[in-house]
Design a protein around this ligand. Structure first.
Ligand SMILES: Nc1nc2c(c(=O)[nH]1)N[C@H]1C(S)=C(S)[C@@H](COP(=O)(O)OP(=O)(O)OC[C@H]3O[C@@H](n4cnc5c(=O)[nH]c(N)nc54)[C@H](O)[C@@H]3O)O[C@H]1N2
Ligand SMILES: Nc1nc2c(c(=O)[nH]1)N[C@H]1C(S)=C(S)[C@@H](COP(=O)(O)OP(=O)(O)OC[C@H]3O[C@@H](n4cnc5c(=O)[nH]c(N)nc54)[C@H](O)[C@@H]3O)O[C@H]1N2
Ligand code: SF4
Ligand SMILES: [Mo]
Length: 819
């Protein structure tokens, strides 16, 4: 494939989702009606400064705070203080146990937050690197010196290289905050500071959902979500593809409660399609369908072949609402044999019929099961289909996601109650304002996953080869990285050993500023390390809580004084703004509390019933049910009238064949073996299921599921959590037996990029040929370079996905041996 001057399609832009990162948020503010009720609640218990003795503890006061990490929930926490110290953490006690009015009970992590706040790893004073970068050698410096050095470097870099040389790295440690918010970059205090001095190099996409966001853009014209989980009660069949709400949405504010209750009350038959027998398979599934990672598009093709040849698909739906299913519904000028039906029947360029036997050979699911499942799916209506983000965090992730959307189209269940689009479930959230955000004068952005390329070879990166947006190419490499509340500088990015080596060379990236409150893996790579307070040490508003059919907001008050010599991010950015001559622009003369008050005031018109700041502060958490009633139905308006409510695709319809991708497949330059296809075809990739069978050195696929011990790396240094949920590698009994590995044996998992050491969990809960290393453990190389922390990213690579240039971190091959 060759590069040409064709423009990057506009639709390639990640559609700006509402503030809620975790779900396609239902509707807008306009139709919102609310009861304005604060559900239940014991008067006085929530009051910020009331003296409360609870559970026999003698405490001075109970203060509403929160857990703001990036786990898909946002939990209110009631922190009890005695003599200036948090002595006890209690969950939400407002509401009841009904869907839509439930208590937002914190999970085990939030309840152990004291061990994070008072952790021995807490950063205590500003520090400057003295040894080689990454050596972990620092000396304490004054705040004055830290601010002077950072502002001096920013001024020099802007003069020498321009604002595009300064990058804000991904970080979601305070995703729930508003003034303290750490992602998206545009909404952070660091961005506000940089915008006052000309802007910064932005990123698009995120480590969570880069590929599915790209997929949704081409197939649906943007991020539309699927029906909410409580709507599954209206289905005859529920299917979850790599969707694990019982572990990844763990609180009463998450989907754990909604999915469990819906299943309990309505008992709709449920399939979980996942290489692992996940917590969700355990808790919800009537049938677990175990497949090889990265093969969902092959499974869908096998199912679709049976449905189409047995006439079990919804032809009328496909004719009316879709482009590209069959030859009669193709864009003009596309060669014959390019439709999805032709692909299925073997009438396309590859000449291969996608029979159940064909799919069985790729997915590892028996052909008989595929035929049975196809008949079940084809005769059930409506079918509630959602996918998590496991299927798309792969080298062929865009096609994985699009294939699952296509299955939803074949069932004709899109836009109806009990159906779904095949995207991730949506949930209801409040339309809150965020007055703190300022526009970035720089329009250039790179994919979230390509910042290491930006350091290594930034000026060579182009739109058509690397997905640079806003410009044909980057002019300068990245010279400075801000890492605020993130561990993606190493631990959460691909290939830690390679990343560490890149960062060690301080002639490339000249300045790294890390702002965290723990001595994390990424913090070791800082030139200047700034100790932030924890959220218990400052006031903020947690805007976008959302649980199924309930939206909520939390005023997280200051519980204790800042520990050690820590400062708030607002104070840090204000001091830097002062030195850069933009203090007035940055603060507008306002305090942090002023910004929180303004956020409430500006939100009130769009969130009817939202109390004022002072009342909210007393209430702590304020909840309101979805005014539209139970169950959000994605694309209901499109289903009702596709002409009046077209999608944002070029055709206005669901594009099973995407002409934009067709053009990209001819104009983009891709690494050898990578492929962009106009149809949601199965693509065998580097380090994929088929590569495993021919790679004698590294014959096992490894995924890194999201684990209850941690939220990524956060809480990874909390003793209670490590004890309750230890780090282990999941290995199938057959693979373990073949290698003489018994349960609890210490093993090493390795490939050419690295080696990790951890105990084995030998289990039939994972498919043969597959391992899983829960992602987020803290990288900890010993003298031999073996990572005894057991971090998944010691094994992953930098190789991005073809369309979104996203992180394909679940696509990894390795071998395992007993130590
Ligand atoms: N192999 C593999 N890698 C993955 C994934 C995967 O599935 N597999 N998942 C990816 C995904 S989906 C994501 S979202 C990313 C997440 O990557 P990150 O956004 O980097 O998430 P965390 O590791 O939780 O890092 C959050 C950081 O914020 C810090 N923090 C917490 N509270 C505060 C605070 O109040 N102030 C400050 N300044 N800092 C604070 C924490 O100490 C921690 O260092 O990881 C990605 N990496
Ligand atoms: N406890 C906890 N909760 C979290 C997080 C956390 O770290 N800990 N992280 C939060 C964040 S930021 C995010 S983005 C979400 C992540 O949410 P997800 O991305 O959905 O989580 P994963 O665990 O990566 O994947 C979900 C499931 O997909 C399966 N899977 C992997 N590959 C495939 C495949 O090819 N096909 C199919 N069908 N299934 C596959 C995995 O085994 C897993 O059970 O979770 C959030 N919630
Ligand atoms: S980690 Fe998530 S679910 Fe658990 S307490 Fe924190 S916000 Fe709630
Ligand atoms: Mo994520």
């Amino acid at each position: 494939m060759t590069a040409s001057t064709t423009e990057v399609p506009q639709t390639a832009g990640l559609p700006r989702r509402s503030f809620l990162k975790w779900s396609g948020v239902a509707g807008g503010a306009a139709a919102l009606v609310t009861t304005g009720a604060h559900f239940g609640g014991v008067p006085g218990v929530g009051a910020a400064h009331a003296a409360v003795a609870a559970g026999g503890f003698d405490v001075d006061r109970t203060v509403w705070s929160s857990c703001n990490v990036n786990c898909g929930s946002r939990c209110p926490l009631r922190m009890q203080v005695k003599d200036g110290q948090i002595v006890r953490v209690l969950p939400d006690n407002t509401g009841d146990d009904e869907i839509g009015t439930q208590q937002i009970r914190a999970c085990v992590r939030g309840r152990s937050i004291r061990q994070r706040i008072y952790n021995p790893d807490r950063l205590k004073a500003p520090m400057k690197r003295v040894g080689k970068r990454g050596s972990g050698e620092f000396e304490e410096i004054s705040w004055e010196q830290a601010f002077d050095e950072i502002s001096g470097t920013i001024t020099r870099l802007i003069k020498d290289y321009g604002n595009e040389s300064i990058y804000l790295n991904y970080g979601t440690g305070t995703l729930g905050g508003t003034v303290t918010r750490s992602w998206p970059p545009s909404d952070t205090p660091v961005a506000r500071l940089m915008n006052c001095v000309g802007g910064y190099l932005n990123h698009y996409g995120d480590y969570s959902s880069a590929q599915i966001a790209g997929a949704a853009t081409y197939q649906y014209g943007g991020w539309i979500g699927s029906n909410s989980f409580d709507d599954a009660k209206n289905a005859t069949l529920q299917i979850l593809f790599g969707n694990n709400p019982l572990e990844t949405r763990m609180s009463g504010g998450g989907e754990t409660f909604v999915t469990q209750q819906t299943k309990k009350l309505h008992n709709v038959r449920t399939l979980v399609i996942d290489p692992r027998y996940s917590e969700t398979a355990l808790g919800l599934a009537d049938e677990w369908v175990a497949l090889r990672p990265g093969t969902d598009a092959a499974l869908v093709a096998g199912l679709a072949y049976v449905m189409v040849t047995e006439d079990l698909h919804d032809q009328a739906f496909l004719d009316t609402y879709c482009v590209g299913f069959d030859e009669a519904h193709m864009p003009a000028g596309i060669p014959a044999g390019s439709s999805y039906k032709s692909y299925l029947l073997g009438d396309g360029p590859d000449g291969v019929a996608k029979t159940a036997q064909w799919a069985a050979g790729i997915t590892g699911i028996p052909a008989g099961s595929i035929i049975r499942l196809a008949r079940e799916i084809g005769t059930a209506h409506p079918v509630h289909i959602t996918q998590g983000w496991g299927p798309q965090r792969h080298a062929n992730g865009e096609n994985q996601a699009r294939a699952i959307f296509t299955l939803a189209a074949l069932t004709g269940s899109i836009g109806v109650a009990g159906g779904g689009t095949g995207e991730r479930e949506s949930s209801y959230g409040l339309a809150m304002a965020n007055p703190f955000v300022m526009a970035n004068p720089v329009e250039t952005s790179i994919s979230v996953f390509s910042w290491t390329d930006g350091i290594e070879r930034g000026a060579e990166m182009t739109a058509l080869a690397d997905g640079v947006r806003g410009k044909d190419k980057l002019d300068v490499p990245i010279k400075m990285v801000w890492q605020y509340a993130g561990n993606a500088l190493t631990n959460q990015h691909g290939d830690i050993n390679r990343t560490a080596k890149l960062l060690e060379d301080d002639s490339l990236c000249e300045m790294i500023v890390v702002i965290d409150n723990q001595m994390t893996v990424s913090a070791r790579y800082a030139d200047i390390l700034l100790p932030d307070v924890s959220n218990a040490e400052q006031l903020d508003i947690i805007q976008q809580g959302s649980a199924g059919n309930m939206g909520y907001t939390i005023i997280a008050d200051q519980v204790i004084e800042p520990l050690y010599d820590c400062k708030t991010i607002y104070e840090m950015c204000t001091e830097l703004a002062k030195r850069l001559g933009v203090e007035q622009q940055f603060t507008e003369g306002k305090s942090q509390e002023d910004w929180v008050r303004q956020t409430v005031e500006e939100s009130q018109p769009d969130v009817p019933g939202l109390p004022g700041f002072d009342e909210l502060r007393e209430l702590g958490v304020w909840k309101t049910p979805n005014p539209a009633g139970s169950g959000n139905i994605a694309l209901a308006d499109f289903r009702a009238d596709p002409v009046a409510n077209p999608l944002d695709t070029p055709s206005g319809k669901i594009e099973i064949f995407s002409e934009l991708l067709w053009d990209m497949s001819k104009t983009w330059t891709l690494p050898e073996g990578d492929k962009i296809t106009a149809l949601p075809e199965y693509i065998a990739t580097w380090e994929g299921a088929e590569a495993a069978r021919t790679d004698s050195k590294h014959p096992l696929q490894v995924i890194g599921h999201h684990y209850k011990q941690r939220t990524h790396s956060t809480y990874g240094n909390v003793a209670w959590m490590k004890e309750a949920h230890p780090q282990t590698v999941w290995i199938n009994t057959l693979d373990a037996a073949a290698r003489g590995i018994a349960n609890d044996d210490v093993v090493e998992v390795f490939n050419d990029r690295g080696r990790i050491r951890l105990p084995a969990r030998v289990t039939t809960r994972i498919a043969p040929g597959v391992m899983s290393v829960p992602q987020g453990a803290w990288y900890d190389p010993n003298a031999d370079g073996v990572d005894v922390g057991g971090s998944m990213n010691t094994l992953t690579s930098w190789h991005p996905s073809p369309i979104s240039k996203g992180n394909a971190q679940h696509t990894t091959l390795a071998q395992v041996e007993k130590v």
